[in-house]
Design a binder for this molecule. Structure first.
Ligand SMILES: NC(=O)c1ccc[n+]([C@@H]2O[C@H](COP(=O)([O-])OP(=O)(O)OC[C@H]3O[C@@H](n4cnc5c(N)ncnc54)[C@H](OP(=O)(O)O)[C@@H]3O)[C@@H](O)[C@H]2O)c1
Length: 206
């Protein structure tokens, strides 16, 4: 199923996912503050990717990935305008900065974009893992949290389309903060404990 996806925040994470989803046949609209100059402008040379204002990108998309900085959440909600019935995927982690008045971007989105269906995903590994999910022939896993089953079904499909082996369900809205802590655990292992960025969390069963 082809999906119209707005990507707001076109840096490391947004850039990689925009490219992958475009290659997978989805229509990707980069939502940017300045259409003349923005990080990731070279993405316009890639398949199925265009750019417009944040408002127009959100208006023309069914699914909106937000991979900007958490403190911009309220501004982005204002710029998007009416997001009634749309799915918002929140990929942001409050590593150093938080949205004003909220503990994290998911809480801010739940409070400010009340008409949208919100899912937290694409936050738990570095953008380098999103760019190349292959680990010696085994594909990395993605994770998602939120109370909308529709939003989670879409996030899962988009994770598979981006090359992840699966997208495991962390639970409802109450588990979004835990999924963010999971991401901070990746950052801790990769950066602070010296494991390096070329690592991922694999769910294994027996
Ligand atoms: N880096 C990773 O490996 C990684 C992995 C998982 C999750 N994350 C999370 O994903 C988010 C993005 O990380 P990144 O590394 O991709 O960041 P980045 O490369 O620095 O890109 C940030 C993007 O946010 C946009 N932005 C900043 N302020 C904005 C505003 N007020 N309104 C609209 N857009 C704004 C920037 O647009 P302009 O070009 O207009 O400045 C830029 O496109 C962060 O919350 C991070 O915690 C990062």
């Amino acid at each position: 199923m082809k999906i119209n996806i707005a990507v707001i925040g076109t840096g490391n994470v947004g850039g990689v996912l925009a490219r992958k989803w475009g290659q997978a046949g989805h229509t990707v609209i980069l939502g940017v503050r300045n259409t003349a100059e923005f990080k990731g402008k070279e993405l316009l040379n890639e398949k199925n990717i265009t750019a417009s204002t944040i408002e127009d990108a959100a208006k023309n998309a069914a699914v909106i990935l937000i991979a900007a900085v958490p403190q911009a959440t309220a501004d982005i909600v204002n710029m998007m305008g009416n997001v009634s019935g749309k799915v918002i995927i929140d990929a942001m982690n409050s590593v150093r900065t938080k949205p004003e008045d909220f503990v994290n971007s998911f809480e801010a989105l739940k409070a400010l974009a009340t008409e949208a269906e919100i899912v937290k995903s694409f936050n738990s590994v570095g953008f380098n893992v999103m760019a190349d999910t292959n680990f010696h022939g085994t594909k990395a896993d993605m994770y998602m949290a939120g109370s909308s089953t529709n939003a989670k079904a879409i996030a899962k499909q988009l994770a598979l389309d981006a090359g992840f082996e699966s997208c495991y369900d962390f639970g409802g809205d109450d588990k979004a903060a835990l999924l963010e802590q999971f991401a901070l655990s990746w950052i801790n292992l990769a950066m602070m404990q010296g494991q390096g960025r070329e690592m991922m969390f694999k769910l294994m069963k027996r």
